[in-house]
Design a protein around this ligand. Structure first.
Ligand code: GAL
Length: 733
């Protein structure tokens, strides 16, 4: 009878018992919170059945800022012990829990992840973390061959909530199963990759880690090491492997458990630098022109690399302009439309360089080349602060990015106060002691100041938007010295929902309104539309005098996201871009990013990052760095500071690249340049390395220059391999 009951229970709970593990996907469920529900003897027959692989919202439960309890009845057969490599540790692999959980086995707490509001340290979400709780097979409280009660308390702050993803799995792992290899690739100074072997389970393993570094072009082994290790739970084993940062290498790590001979392994393509070092003598790296409206302040920092100190002079500087001798910042005002041409000289201990430069003054002269700079969102998200903006700006200068034209320092969402001032003007929150001081500080260094708002009542991050205060906000921006406004649709969706006619005009209206007030300000404010490409914004962006418009949703640091946005969603948009008005496929996702204070290396592989910058420069896109500049390594710096690559983005002809061919996984994108040459990106978007012959795409009689390596290719170099998700970037004349 008892046996029959267990069989029925097993069926009810969706449990499958095999020799190796027990898997359960159903439980009994109750909303609310009572710690006595952890007790095995508690009667739960009246609780509802629930699927533990699906969130609450998918099963009709709405529990926000609240708790729910699951009780899983499961027979754990002693046969599990028999086939296992070890009989000491049982792993309860729970589903993920949105947001935090505590797990009890027969009344005893066996693990918790995330933080409940009542626990020490307070609430914190761990909704995407795996939950693997280890229990001692003998002393951990498992009732072998009997009914066990696993009670899980889950706290959810906001939908969807509850347990989800994988079923509960109970198993006895071998010594290798809890191991994982992690890499930290440090492409700075003496480049090295730190390899960490961690052990999630309290099981002993002794073994050997073999790390090899191979040259990806020749396949030759060029480095590595072998070491005996015994990683313990909570005490990972680490080794550091030096490598040549200028070569494209593959690191392979293999750990073999001495007793069982079982192995785990992982590969990592290492970062590599193609950009040749800049000369120590001065070199102008920016476009030879800049635009400004009549009577707007000129702020232009000549991007010149080379050793400091450097001296900037101009023998024929037009009246109304100043050039600061020590840092090459052009300032002043011109009160009428005109074109002023002059020659700027930069000189240091190592030499001298000159640039013939044109200042174009006229009504639609903002952003004659795409804007370059930084935006806080992809790294700091809502935790941005004045201090972080200033330290990033300082790093932009110290690391030399300003010498390559990066100049906008843009604050994204998260700077606004909870309420406006009594007079209706916008107030800042405590993270921004003074916007005016910040603007002055940036301008004093020749940098520019950007800000963010929404035409709606609230921004995406839940901060105040500009609705009904557009004029006041534009005036505040002017008084703080703002040079760039990103105007993000977001909360305006609620206003738009009220529109009876949702035609194009309803999308244009909020942007036209802000344009009027922005353009009334006595300074140039780059107008960046962010509404994810709705109503074909590229067709009417210039009508609202926008300087750029986002063409897609938000980017993230995955190949899928970058590929969809860059390759799939930009096809056909080239005719809409031009000097003063650019398609914006979103910000750069290289360097340390993370949308929080928990930054990580971009998850794009090095080849994907070369592809990202290559494509964005071809697309004449806004070049807004989205990482913590202070933590930028040599690899990222060299990706962003290749003067020949950036010159394509900043080309004064302003023609965006279009896709000119697609042959299986090989896509070719090209754009004409002002010197009569063509910039061409040949991309391998497939998952395998591909051999190609460049002669298929360009005549070998032309001069073919490899832009990343900054050297002309000989005929013998035209047969080459493009790695998976990588590219060749050439200029042909
Ligand atoms: C999104 C926007 C992001 C970022 C964010 C801020 O709508 O696309 O780039 O600005 O809002 O909340």
């Amino acid at each position: 009878m008892k046996k029959l009951f267990l069989v029925a229970l097993v069926a009810l709970m969706g449990l499958q018992a095999g020799a190796q593990n027990v898997s359960v996907s159903k439980a009994r469920f109750q909303k609310g919170d009572d710690k006595s529900w952890a007790k095995p003897e508690m009667n739960d027959v009246s609780w509802e059945e629930i699927d533990i692989t699906k969130n609450w919202d998918k099963q009709g439960y709405v529990i926000n800022n609240g708790y729910g309890w699951y009780r899983i009845h499961v027979n754990i057969p002693s046969s599990l012990l028999k086939g296992a490599d070890q009989q000491k540790v049982v792993i309860f692999n729970l589903p993920k829990a949105d947001d935090a959980d505590e797990c009890y086995l027969n009344g005893k707490l066996i693990g918790h992840t995330g933080g409940m509001p009542d626990s020490k340290g307070g609430y914190h979400s761990a909704w995407s973390a795996p939950r693997r709780y280890a229990v001692d097979a003998k002393k951990g409280g498992i009732l072998w061959d009997k009914d066990n009660v696993i009670a899980v308390r889950v706290y959810n702050s906001g939908e969807p909530g509850g347990l989800f993803d994988n079923p509960l799995n109970i198993s006895l792992p071998n010594a290798i199963e809890g191991l994982s290899l992690h890499f930290t690739d440090v492409n700075d100074g003496q480049a090295h990759c730190d390899v960490e072997l961690s052990n999630a389970y309290p099981l002993t393993t002794n073994g050997t880690l073999v790390v090899t570094v191979t040259d990806r072009e020749t396949g030759a082994k060029i480095g590595g090491l072998t070491k005996k290790l015994s990683p313990k739970q909570g005490k990972p084993a680490r080794v550091s492997v030096p490598y040549d940062k200028k070569k494209s290498c593959m690191l392979t790590a293999t750990y073999t458990d001495a007793k069982s001979g079982k192995t785990i392994n992982r590969k990592l393509p290492l970062k590599y630098i193609l950009t040749p070092a800049a000369p120590s003598s001065p070199r102008f790296n920016g476009a030879p022109l800049f635009g400004v409206r009549p009577n707007s302040p000129v702020i232009y920092r000549f991007p010149v690399s080379g050793e400091r100190p450097m001296k900037f002079t101009c023998a024929n500087l037009p009246a109304g302009l100043n050039l600061s001798e020590s840092d090459g910042v052009l300032s002043g005002k011109i009160d009428h439309s005109c074109e002023l041409t002059f020659t700027v000289t930069a000189e240091n201990a190592k030499g001298k360089a000159q640039q013939d430069f044109t200042l174009k003054v006229g009504d639609r002269m903002i952003a004659l080349t795409p804007p370059m700079g930084w935006n806080s969102w992809n790294c700091w998200a809502l935790s941005v602060s004045q201090e972080k903006v200033m330290s990033s700006a300082q790093a932009l200068i110290d690391k030399g990015l300003a010498d390559y034209g990066y100049c906008y320092m843009n604050i994204d969402d998260g700077w606004e106060a909870e309420e406006r001032n009594p007079d209706g003007t916008i107030a800042v929150n405590e993270k921004f002691p003074s916007m005016k001081a910040l603007g002055d500080w940036l301008h004093a260094r020749g940098l520019k100041f950007g800000i963010y708002s929404s035409p709606g009542d609230y921004t995406c991050g839940g901060y105040l938007g500009s609705i009904d205060h557009e004029q006041q906000d534009a005036e505040s921006y002017n008084s703080w010295g703002v040079d760039y406004l990103k105007y993000d649709w977001c909360g305006y969706g609620r206003e738009h929902a009220k529109e009876r006619d949702k035609g194009v005009a309803s999308y244009v209206r909020p942007y036209l309104l802000m344009q009027k007030y922005l353009r009334e300000q006595p300074r140039d404010i780059f107008y960046s539309l962010c509404q994810y490409g709705m109503a074909k914004v590229w067709e009417w962006g210039t009508f609202v005098d926008a300087n750029s418009w986002r063409t897609t949703g938000d980017i993230n640091d995955s190949w899928r996201s970058m590929f969809d946005i860059g390759f799939r969603q930009q096809v056909g948009l080239a005719p809409y871009a031009g000097p003063g008005h650019w398609n914006d496929p979103d910000m750069l996702i290289v360097g340390k990013v993370g949308w929080s204070s928990n930054l990580r290396d971009s998850r794009l592989t090095p080849d994907e990052q070369y592809t990202h910058i290559t494509l964005w420069t071809l697309l004449a896109s806004n070049m807004l760095i989205g990482c913590d500049i202070a933590q930028m390594d040599d690899f990222t710096l060299n990706l962003l500071c290749n003067n020949e690559v950036n010159a394509v983005n900043q080309d004064v002809l302003g023609k965006q690249a279009d896709r000119i061919s697609k042959d299986g996984d090989i896509e070719v994108w090209a754009r004409p340049l002002s010197d009569g040459s063509q910039a061409i990106g040949i991309f391998n978007v497939g998952n395998e390395d591909k051999k190609i012959d460049l002669k298929k795409y360009v005549s070998p009689n032309l001069t073919i220059r490899d832009l990343w390596r900054q050297k002309n290719l000989s005929e013998g170099e035209l047969n080459c391999t493009i790695p998976t998700h990588g590219c060749k970037y050439i200029k042909v004349k």
